[in-house]
Write a new protein. Structure first.
Length: 138
């Protein structure tokens, strides 16, 4: 995985509260970094339309998350979190994440989302899918 594999990158700085006593990012916080970056990704997808963003987030659920730890990030590191929609299905989608420091690949991750309501899956909105596809086009 490389930095230029991602069309969307979100810069972050590791805060004191996100690291352990040795200054290393606590492992669960990488999921938080994925969440922050994916929120910005979907903000870009929605074109800043808060109503669209809310309508999608009200029904979009993470059903699986994976994290692969290659190298740790540390307190005060400037990191880039890449977000990329790898697959869009009828009611689910797979999103890949990469965390980098100075171009070095530190962390890989993946979330599988399902669009659902009242316990049942729903088709992803066509406009939302088109917007994601447009963002991911080279």
């Amino acid at each position: 995985m490389r930095l230029d594999d991602f069309r969307f990158l979100h810069p972050m700085r590791v805060r004191w509260a996100e690291a352990d006593m040795q200054g290393v990012v606590f492992n669960a916080n990488y999921l938080l970094f994925f969440d922050v970056a994916s929120t910005e990704y979907y903000r870009r997808v929605s074109g800043g339309n808060r109503d669209m963003l809310k309508s999608v987030f009200d029904r979009l659920y993470v059903v699986k998350s994976t994290v692969e730890y290659l190298q740790p990030a540390h307190f005060d590191d400037e990191i880039m979190v890449g977000v990329k929609t790898e697959r869009i299905g009828r009611s689910s989608m797979t999103v890949k994440f990469g965390i980098f420091r100075d171009g070095q690949h530190l962390i890989s991750g993946e979330n599988i989302y399902v669009y659902a309501e009242n316990g049942g899956s729903l088709p992803l909105p066509d406009d939302f899918k088109r917007r994601i596809e447009a963002l991911e086009q080279p």
